[in-house]
Design a protein around this ligand. Structure first.
Ligand code: TYD
Length: 396
């Protein structure tokens, strides 16, 4: 049973950046109640109200993996590792986005699937065979028929966006070679709790995985974890390496039991911890509002940096509008001149000069703090300050 521990209020679709501001309503299905629950049996954390995928992933999906140096480097490093460690003849990616990872592989070695038409078009154009479909069993059957089983199946920040996880893994096992490896990476629930980064929850993130929940989930499909890596991406992610249980050639690394025991030690197997997190989130909201209001009382200017889906959760949960944040800057072309979902805050195409005469910058993309600080040395030298709510609302 999915027991509620977090209520983030009425939220718009996080990646829908409107061309003009308008007040969204629940009645017209533009806002959705965002509540999150924990199932003690499966150890899974998931949204209680789920939204049909077709409403979220369509021909205009704005998020592009290649938008930051951090992600480009992370994918490059991973591709080298995969080639060296697993030597795949057929590499299959679920949710290939704009091809940030596959561009490091030869065209002949790769097949991928991407439901957003605008993104699939990019990789198909580059010659990478991309199915513009949602991942499911009938598609897996088709791909296996055309290309055979894959040696490595990889998926980052995608499986947690799909409601029917049983179908997801059934489809994966249909396509995975008997000696093949499945690698998935997603934000880590443990990191999310430690950082009180409740903005990891938005309508697309149906699940936030922990090693505890992944272990239980894949067990049903004769799969098991053999390695786990900690990553800095997306505010703290885990990369899970998974193999068929019957494959004894691959040894299970200590990293698996280490992660599982640190999750148990933190209390991720017990509802008490989830209730406590719910209370920390309420406190985070109050403290952030207090901080922003104090700055505004002094008539100082605050802008947002990184028009992220995460920021959409924060703005709508805390009810932060253009009375507090003047505008957001973002490098993504598709977000230019749009509005933050549900809020009358405009997104401007990033230019350094947009930080002139700004006193505070709220980090919508706090997960890229290192990259942003490096880029904005001048702003910092001139006395400009950053604000983040992670792990507690504060000025940096
Ligand atoms: P991300 O944190 O990955 O997003 P989400 O919460 O939406 O999943 O997105 C980072 C956003 O920040 C993306 O829109 C690009 C933007 N960005 C900048 O504008 N400048 C930067 O220097 C960086 C690193 C990111």
């Amino acid at each position: 049973m999915n027991k509620k521990f977090l209520d983030l209020g009425n939220q718009p679709l996080a990646n829908k950046y409107l061309r003009a501001y308008k007040k969204l309503t629940l009645k017209s299905n533009e806002l959705y109640r965002l509540t999150v629950g924990f199932d003690n049996k499966t150890k899974l954390v998931s949204l209680i109200n789920k939204i049909p995928d077709k409403k979220m992933f369509d021909g205009n999906y704005p998020y592009k993996s290649s938008m930051s140096k951090t992600m480009i480097n992370s994918f490059k490093k991973l591709s080298i590792k995969i080639k060296k460690r697993f030597k795949p003849k057929l590499f299959f990616e679920i949710g290939s986005n704009d091809g940030a990872l596959i561009k490091n592989f030869n065209i002949s070695e790769v097949v991928c699937v991407e439901p957003c038409a605008n993104l699939a078009k990019i990789t198909n154009k580059k010659g990478y065979y991309t199915y513009n479909n949602y991942w499911n069993l009938s598609l897996a059957k088709k791909i296996k028929k055309n290309f055979g089983r894959a040696d490595v199946i990889y998926s980052a920040n995608t499986l947690t966006h799909i409601n029917d996880l049983d179908d997801v893994f059934k489809s994966i096992t249909h396509m995975l070679n008997k000696e093949g490896v499945l690698i998935i990476e997603d934000p880590s629930l443990l990191e999310c709790f430690k950082k009180v980064s409740y903005d990891q929850f938005y309508n697309e993130h149906i699940y936030i995985f922990s090693a505890l929940s992944v272990k239980k989930l894949i067990n049903k499909f004769e799969l098991e974890l053999f390695d786990i890596e900690k990553l800095e991406t997306h505010g703290g992610s885990l990369r899970y390496y998974i193999k068929w249980r019957q494959n004894k050639k691959i040894k299970i690394k200590n990293s698996v039991s280490k992660q599982l025991s640190s999750e148990v030690k933190f209390g991720l197997d017990s509802f008490k911890t989830y209730k406590k997190f719910g209370n920390s989130v309420k406190k985070s909201k109050n403290d952030l509002l207090k901080l922003l209001k104090t700055i505004k009382k002094k008539n100082q200017k605050i802008i947002g940096y990184g028009a992220t889906a995460k920021a959409s959760t924060v703005l709508n949960y805390c009810n932060i509008g253009n009375d507090m944040i003047d505008y957001f800057v973002d490098t993504t072309p598709d977000k230019k001149n749009r509005y933050m979902p549900g809020k009358n805050i405009k997104i401007k195409k990033y230019e350094k000069k947009l930080l002139n005469n700004v006193d505070y910058v709220y980090l919508g993309a706090w997960n890229f703090i290192k990259e942003i600080f490096k880029k904005e040395k001048k702003f910092i030298q001139k006395g400009g300050k950053f604000i983040t709510h992670v792990p507690t609302p504060r000025i940096i």
